[in-house]
Ligand binder design. Structure first.
Ligand code: SF4
Length: 225
């Protein structure tokens, strides 16, 4: 499978923010978010072909309980199934980070779902229509939240996005509001703090949580951190 990078860092977002983790980042995505923070896995996918065995060997070298399989979109890749199953069998806590538009019978202790709102659409590009047609797959979301422990992470760019999250979640009345995180759309610390200031109250008023983006705060969104 095409792998962009494997590295050790701390989880920057959501329920396990701050937890040391190994990241296995697959390359390739069926979406093209306007603000994608890993364009080397989507707009211009790059990486090297790696076998499941070589990835398992690399992960074992870090001696780290938490492993995050992220992308790109990892749930497009069949080899992610044997990879996650063996990681779980080895005793790892496996988190999958997905946009929730594809499904595979993976082994995951946490399915971290980041649905893409209208603010992600790359307006004016040749991906605009494909992106908009693909970004919302409610039947996939339902399967994922019934099958796995999960969290939702929404990237918020402007106050109007909060209303869109309300509308989105109304499609899934079974979703637990305590597992919903809002994250400011920003790849630099200044704009991140600015948006977090108003987002905190918006999240609290709905019973949701504000998620940090520690990789932006601490490392300025540098690749491999
Ligand atoms: S789904 Fe994720 S990896 Fe794919 S384009 Fe959007 S932000 Fe980038």
């Amino acid at each position: 499978m095409l792998i962009a990078e494997v590295f050790h860092s701390i989880q920057g977002e959501g329920r396990f923010a701050g937890v040391p983790s190994v990241f296995v980042r697959t390359s390739g995505c069926n979406l093209r978010c306007r603000w994608c923070d890993t364009p080397y896995t989507s707009w211009e996918p790059e990486g090297e072909e790696r076998s499941v065995d070589s990835l398992l060997s690399k992960v074992r070298g870090f001696d780290c309980e938490h492993v995050v399989v992220t992308g790109g979109e990892p749930l497009l890749i069949p080899d992610v199934v044997p990879l996650t199953r063996q990681l779980a069998a080895d005793g790892h806590f496996v988190t999958i980070e997905t946009a929730g538009t594809a499904d595979q019978p993976v082994s995951a202790a946490l399915m971290s779902i980041s649905p893409k709102l209208a603010n992600s659409t790359p307006v004016g590009t040749n991906w605009e229509d494909r992106h908009d047609q693909r970004r919302h797959r409610p039947e996939v979301i339902r399967r994922l939240i019934h099958k796995y422990d999960y969290q939702f992470k929404f990237v918020i760019d402007a106050p109007g996005d909060v209303t869109e999250v309300e509308e989105y979640l109304s499609e899934f009345p079974e979703a637990d509001s305590r597992r919903v995180y809002l994250m400011p759309q920003a790849i630099e610390p200044g704009p991140l703090q600015e948006k977090a200031a108003w987002l905190k109250d918006a999240a609290a008023s709905h019973g949701w949580k504000l998620s940090p983006r520690l990789h932006v705060e601490l490392f300025g969104n540098t690749r491999g951190t």
